[in-house]
Design a protein around this ligand. Structure first.
Ligand code: NAD
Ligand code: USQ
Length: 386
């Protein structure tokens, strides 16, 4: 397949580009380097020593003989370049990772709220408009989030995108499937709920074939391909804005910093390993919706855990201390979360289990690069309410 990857220099995009290139697909990356510029703004770097994209691509070609093309522009601003790329490349699929993805960053100030909204919504709308204007039947695969659902379901399993609703009418009960009601917990998550409406509309009006992957929190760093050479290493965010909870705990355990549990740690969240992210995207590409199908929604997660249980699991394995800190976010202290993920399992996903991968991650990454950590950047300072 010919595949364009928007946001292909990022944490999920880079290993996905290599995974698909290694399997014989013709991959083109688009990225505006905004994530690397945000590192400069926040005065922090990835725990792992990531190389410039040009070097990453040269090393990949030297090792495998496979070329990945790169275009540096902003999706959502440089519309003409995006359209021209689709017209020239005529890709079978576009994978859309090109959004500002950190909830704490999106809540730092009104400038960060406005940036996140305009970047994410314009990027998504431009991709859809360009696919329509190109006149091609391109499959769009988007990385969405479990956070569109909110996290409380009163014991019910969150279905894969659609909820059957029965209403009483004059002619008796009528059942129809609606998009699961959106319940975002940050400005970032709100942009993802808006993305869903763009997909619904462009699918209904223009017949665009779309797969929306509602992904849980990604953990881990390396995949089969990024392990091939240290210069291909994936990024590892540990700071208070971009670091996600499990990777932060692993890094904290490695440097002897108490695991920072927010509030009671009763928040339950969904998780998936970065290697499984790549595999799920490959499965989504191999199983596209047909022309006329509604938006294809899959829950891309493999297990759920309570934050305090994760901290306890890591403390038991590594001897780390746990610190219960005041929660900077406005979120439920305690929630249950049950998620249906039958579709990826049915397509053959064989998940990497947290209990099997945790210690490797601590040893391979967190301990190995511990000296690159700036402890001042660990606390979460972004507050949901003043
Ligand atoms: P990331 O910030 O590491 O990568 C995003 C990439 O897109 C970066 O390289 C950035 O420079 C680029 N980018 C952003 N806006 C752009 C634009 N307008 N034009 C061109 N390039 C742009 O993020 P990630 O962790 O790889 O996440 C990728 C996607 O997956 C996001 O949409 C995110 O919402 C989703 N997701 C991530 C996680 C996770 O735990 N990391 C979990 C669920 C969903
Ligand atoms: N948390 C802690 N301690 C920390 C950091 C976080 O207890 O040091 C808590 C948070 O308060 C929250 C939970 O852990 O309750 C998850 O936080 P997170 O930063 O790991 O994840 P989140 O902000 O939800 O965002 C991440 C990605 C985002 C993706 C989302 C998937 O950054 O791109 O969409 O996970 S999901 O959470 O399933 O919606």
């Amino acid at each position: 397949m010919k595949i364009v990857i928007l946001g292909g220099d990022g944490f999920c995009g880079w290993p996905t580009a290599l995974h698909l290139s290694a399997r014989g697909h013709d991959v083109t990356i688009v990225d505006n380097m905004s994530r690397r510029k945000i590192d400069v703004e926040l005065e922090v770097t990835s725990l792992t020593p990531i190389r410039p994209l040009g070097e990453r691509l040269r090393v990949w070609q030297d090792l495998t003989g496979r070329e990945i093309a790169f275009h540096d522009f902003t999706v959502g601003e440089d519309y003409d370049r995006l359209l021209a790329l689709l017209q020239q490349e005529r890709p079978d699929a576009v994978i859309h990772f090109a959004e500002q993805r950190a909830a704490p960053y999106s809540m730092k100030s009104s400038r960060h709220k406005r940036y996140t909204v305009s970047n994410n919504l314009n990027a998504t709308n431009d991709v859809l408009a360009a696919i329509v204007e190109s006149g091609q039947d391109i499959h769009l695969v988007h990385l969405g989030t479990m956070g569109v659902y909110g996290y409380g379901t009163a014991g019910m399993k969150i279905p894969e995108g659609y909820l059957p609703v029965t209403v009483q009418t004059e002619n008796g009960p009528h059942t129809q499937e609606i998009l699961y009601p959106a319940n975002p917990g940050s400005i970032y998550h709100m942009t993802k709920t808006q993305d869903q409406l763009f997909f619904f509309y462009y699918n209904k009006n223009d017949g665009v074939r779309i797969t929306d992957l509602h992904q849980g929190i990604v953990w881990g760093t390396q995949t089969q391909e990024t392990r091939m050479d240290e210069r291909l290493i994936n990024r590892f965010d540990y700071d208070g804005d971009y670091g996600t909870v499990l990777n932060r705990f692993l890094m904290q355990a490695a440097i002897g910093y108490p695991l920072s549990v927010h509030g009671t740690g009763g928040q339950t969240r969904a998780f998936i390993h970065i290697q499984d992210t790549c595999r799920c995207i490959e499965l989504a590409l191999q199983n596209p919706p047909q022309r006329g199908d509604r938006v294809n929604i899959l829950n891309q997660m493999t297990e759920t855990h309570r934050v305090r249980d994760l901290a306890q699991m890591i403390a038991t394995q590594t001897g780390a201390e746990i610190a219960y800190v005041q929660n900077p976010r406005n979120e439920a202290d305690e929630n249950d979360l049950h998620v249906a993920n039958d579709r990826f399992l049915g397509l053959g996903l064989d998940p990497i289990k947290l209990e099997d991968g945790l210690l490797t991650e601590v040893q391979e990454i967190a301990r190995r690069y511990a000296d690159r950590c700036n402890r001042d950047k660990i606390p979460c300072l972004s507050r949901w309410r003043a």
